[in-house]
Write a protein that binds this ligand. Structure first.
Ligand SMILES: Cc1ncc(COP(=O)(O)O)c(C=O)c1O
Length: 385
């Protein structure tokens, strides 16, 4: 599937939706979620997708993924129980948080989740005690400082300790089944995956030599979405990864844990300018959505959001954009080039679905932005993308 454009609503839709539902408003396209899932399935047909629900646990996204037959990457008892309440069997989940809480392991027992990752001996001791029938995957550290968010600063066993830890898990009586890695979020080239696959292949062989047969490989998440000023070729990247999987892991079960790629482009934010002032010769624009809301991704995900004003952009000026709260931390962008704006202007923020609303708060008493589903509202309001 060649994908030439992602979900982005136009000016008329922005105006009509804001008039009907108010602002800030998050517009979710379930068709976009399906397209993203299908792209991964098409380029890597043998890979079993486990949607990392931390990226966006909106119930409509979870339902679509459940109905598409996806599996899920869960990180806590809350995520396990949410999916369980939606009828997702435990066999479709992997508890992929290498450091688990007792309540998380309890939720595994209650909901039939047996697959989990670990990166230390102490984690094996915990798993053995609470979930002795677990199937475990060693989470391997893959150094990749070029990743947008390098998860390997916090998780993963070193290459040197890997074999001993796997042996420890086997000796503990657990089903020591495979290796998992995460090359880092928003990785824009196949190279870190290929390097990780080289190391994993070696470890599969070393394990086999000591009588430990590994049968599952989990290549994690990290697949990228369009980002201002960053170029990459996703189909090419996926083809290279898939070719290597076929070459080196033909007999293994392959899993992946995409988060951002599934939900990132499926949400557009509509936000309004609610205040304007000038400081040091530069305009400041206050929006009705800020760092404590959907723009929490600026802090937690270091994401550089695109702001579209639908104005004549020939005369751009540098401006500061701040959120609505009374906290001086609540400033999203400084020196951002924009057409001059005024109170009441609407802005569109595309690709706003990953690590955004998931980490939003109600700090200062501001409600979280409301969601509408594009495929439902476009019918009612007779809108086009
Ligand atoms: C264990 C694990 N798997 C998958 C993901 C999803 O990563 P991404 O959104 O980059 O695809 C994360 C993100 O934090 C993670 O920690």
């Amino acid at each position: 599937m060649k994908r030439d454009k992602h979900f982005q609503i136009g000016r008329e839709a922005v105006e009509k939706l804001a008039a009907e539902y108010g602002s800030p408003l998050l517009v979710l396209s379930l068709e976009e979620v399906k397209k993203s899932y299908n792209v991964l399935r098409e380029y890597m047909p043998r890979v079993r997708v486990h949607y990392a629900i931390k990226a966006n646990p909106h119930p409509e996204i979870l339902q679509v993924m459940r109905d598409l037959g996806s599996c899920f990457d869960v990180a806590s008892d809350g995520e396990i129980r949410t999916l369980n309440a939606m009828g997702v069997e435990g066999s479709r989940m992997i508890y992929a948080n290498p450091v688990k809480l007792g309540v998380g392991l309890k939720a595994c027992c209650d909901c039939g989740v047996t697959k989990m990752t670990f990166d230390s001996a102490s984690e094996i001791d915990k798993i053995k005690k609470q979930c002795p029938n677990a199937t475990v995957l060693l989470r391997l550290r893959i150094d990749n400082s070029s990743a947008h968010v390098d998860l390997n600063k916090k998780f993963g066993a070193s290459r040197e300790n890997a074999l001993a830890l796997m042996q420890y898990a086997k000796d503990a009586g657990l089903d020591m089944a495979g290796i998992a890695f995460h090359v880092g979020s928003q990785t824009v080239s196949a190279d870190p995956y290929l390097r990780a696959l080289d190391i994993t292949r070696e470890l599969f062989e070393e394990a086999e030599a000591v009588g430990l047969h590994l049968r599952i490989l989990d290549i994690g998440g990290g697949f990228p979405i369009p980002e201002p000023k960053v170029k990459f070729n996703l189909p090419e990247m996926l083809k290279q990864i898939n070719a290597r999987l076929e070459e080196d892991f033909a007999d293994a079960e392959i899993w992946a844990e995409p988060g951002r790629y599934i939900c990132g482009t499926a949400v557009n934010l509509i936000t309004s300018v609610v205040g304007v002032t000038e400081r040091g010769g530069q305009p400041w624009y206050f929006l009705d959505e800020g760092l404590y809301g959907t723009f929490s991704g600026v802090l937690f995900d270091q994401w550089d959001f695109k702001l579209l004003s639908f104005k004549d952009e020939t005369e751009k000026i540098p401006a500061t954009f701040a959120g609505p709260s009374c906290d001086s931390l609540d400033i999203m962008f400084r020196g951002r080039m924009t057409a001059p704006l005024e109170v009441g202007d609407l802005l569109l923020v595309p690709s706003c679905g990953a690590y955004t609303s998931a980490s939003a708060t109600t700090f200062n008493g501001f409600s979280k932005a409301r969601f509408v589903v594009w495929e439902e509202v476009k019918e009612t309001l007779d809108l086009a993308e």
